[in-house]
Design a binder for this molecule. Structure first.
Ligand code: FES
Ligand code: FES
Length: 164
């Protein structure tokens, strides 16, 4: 079947069987190998992407389901070749080690921060409960997300005051 979606802002067309997983379609048909595959049954979160803005498991989604949809993967986070604020915070807080889980966690975090602008630590931990990370102990990831939320809130406040 022919499938057309908007991948990281660019319209892409590829071919997949009706049973092909979105994770395989992204990696093998569209070349978006930043999306990792771990458990392939919805547990680890490594394959998380954003579909029409919402974080979702690409190993539990069929490729045909994204025909006409917007799909964002970790490759789309950087802006003009520069790591975005979330990626920089992960680097600053040493929130990744082997990095296998990181692409999926970043996509969940990016969705989360658009919905929850001033999260509590518990809210961040609840969000992260959908991801398995064997390396970091999660605390640096939590700190990175809270750091980004605080900086974005401060910037938003300054922008409002600048408009007054
Ligand atoms: S590979 Fe999709 S949740 Fe583990
Ligand atoms: S950084 Fe290695 S699994 Fe998370």
């Amino acid at each position: 079947m022919e499938i057309t979606c908007t991948l990281n802002g660019v319209q892409r067309t590829g071919y997949a069987e009706s049973r092909t997983l979105l994770s395989d379609f992204l990696r093998h048909e569209l070349g978006a190998t930043g999306t990792h595959v771990g458990c392939e049954h919805g547990v680890c979160g490594a394959c998380t992407v954003r579909i029409n803005g919402a974080a979702g498991r690409s190993c539990l989604t069929l490729a045909v389901q994204v025909d006409g949809a917007a799909v964002d993967t970790v490759e789309g986070l950087a802006e003009d070749g520069q790591l975005n604020d979330l990626q920089l915070a992960f680097k600053r807080h040493h929130a990744l080690q082997c990095g296998f889980c990181t692409a999926g966690i970043l996509m969940s975090c990016s969705d989360f921060l658009t919905r929850v602008s001033s999260p509590t630590e518990q809210q961040v931990r609840d969000m992260l409960s959908g991801h398995l990370c064997r390396c970091t102990g999660y605390t640096p990831i939590v700190q990175a997300v809270l750091d980004v939320a605080a900086v974005r809130a401060s910037n938003a406040k300054n922008n409002i005051q600048g408009d007054i």
